[in-house]
Design a protein around this ligand. Sequence first.
Ligand code: HEM
Length: 619
Amino acid sequence: MGIISWLKQSFTCPFAKHDSEACSQGENIPINQGGSVSDPSLGFLATIKQVEDKYPLLPQPAMPDANDPKYAGNPTAYTQDKQAYDAALEAFATAAKERGVAVAGVMGLWLATKPLAMLQELLDQPKATMPIFSPAVGPVIVMRHEHVIKCLERTDLFTVDRYAAEMARATDDKAKCPAAFSHFMLGTDNDELYRLDGVLLRHAVTPNDKALLTMIARKAANDWLDATRSSGADTVDIVATIARDVPLRIVSEYLGVPGYNKGEPSVLPGLKGGDVMPLSDSLQKVFTFQKISQGIVPTWDHLHDWIQDAFRNIFNNGNPASPDFQGFRDRGIIATEYLSNYVHELIQLYKGKLNAGEKIPDTMLTRLLRLQADVLANRASALEKDFADLLGQPLPAGELAKRLSDSMIRSNVFGTAVGAVANPQEAMTWITDALLRLKEGKYKARPSSTYDRAVNLANAPDDDPKSAEASEELRKYALEALRLQPQGEVVLRVCVKDNTELGNVLIRKGTVVFVAHAAAMRDKTVIKQPLSFDVKRDEHLTAYLGNGDRKKECPQSQIYLQHGYGRHKCLGRYASEITMQESLRAILRLGGITRQSEVIMDAQNNYPVSFKINFTCKD
Ligand code: HEM
């Protein structure tokens, strides 16, 4: 399931303080598939113990002190002891590294293949003895609700730095443009960079768009429903159709990055879907194209594949030893270049139309352009004041204009679009799977949370006065389904302060932390009967920074953590929840759905490739 696979193989050596150089090679170690020490019948902790026994740590050698009186007048003795110490230190570091490789390999394998079993086993350990999972060598896993929330709230202690490098690919080239920003919001916890971008983007993507988003998602889902019903078939693949098409329509019509059928006229003058176009001269002044020599007006397939390739390169491709690494990296770069060129062309198009007073669609991209125009025309003093009030400090002169440059709009629209397809596509696949499990009696369901009730809600006519209530309940069905069948189990953080305390365990600076939000959603100390399907759960809504940066945001759920929590709470959460609710409505409206297969994942177990369901068109 959509785990962050590259992170599973990186860890920080706990002895880094003593010998950082020797241990630093623990970065990007190859995955150990368990080999002879991994017995599939063993639990996670027993497997970890096996590898730890197989790779014992050596005692840390003590460095000889040249001032020790025993060396007085005997430099040869000191030299011999120092040589022995150096050799012992090397052996110590090698043993630690081997152990780290083996431990990280077991973690990687379990996260890739049996994440929920692993997380449940960790949750089931007594809290007093295992508040978090912190092996002597290797990454930390944080599974309990209170610690997950702390990791996601305390951006001064746990940061998203590990996401940054590949995200910077879509920004301007520092060699061409030394003053260029090279961050995207999900790759930085630097307050100076994050907070203003966060406020700006949340001004363009807001809770007030519910009606617009519902209209876009419902239309896309109904188009799928009509096409599926009239296809004459009685089977449909969820992954290849609705789970992909509704998010793409959100990217197209809400974010403002449209896809086309091949040959269909595009918004770019004279160009049709699938046409090639020259690379933009103005973009080449600030951005270096390494791989492509001409751009493309994307068909829906292009748009999907660019977004997926860029997403995989950022979140699922961090192990250079993997045989897939270079191929995925190349595809990620190519996708980033095509998408950046296209978004740049759209910016130039709409900027021109805006300046000419022409009507333009209302999208994230054009909202940012309107803000840019207001700032450039000195019409943004109210906005500046509004932002300064939210942030609790005045904005530095000229800062808003810098954050609303064409380049920043390009990379922010790029980054947001990249988040807007792979996750929703996988999420909708697992939601459908979970609903079928509910139908198959695999969950204990509360009377208010049955499969039949979901079907009734889905069939509420649009003009029914209770239609909005029905949609809201379907949203809860989707969230509850995804809580039980999550599309992602962990988000990644790195500890940035030495001796950070979590559950009375001290974590070293530099330690990679897997923050298991999927486990927190099953922590029975907070979530009653966590393995039951219950759409009536209190969402535990909490106003995160409700008096400041996030005053205009909806409160965040502390129960449904699929979209993260705290600062990096998904920017697309409103779009995403409405996509899930409307897609689920259409799927249940098909009538009589049953599974034809299990969900089939790709070779890396990162993305679903197929999930076929049967339908009867009646219930
Ligand atoms: C079911 C669908 C989705 C899921 C499960 C999901 C999940 C997440 C999660 C877990 C995070 C936080 C990552 C972290 O803390 O490390 C996140 C952040 C983000 N998501 Fe989503 N997402 C979804 C859909 C979307 C959509 C539709 C968009 C765009 C319209 C989007 C854009 C973003 C952005 C820009 C961030 C970064 C926010 C920040 O750093 O402040 N996501 N998402």
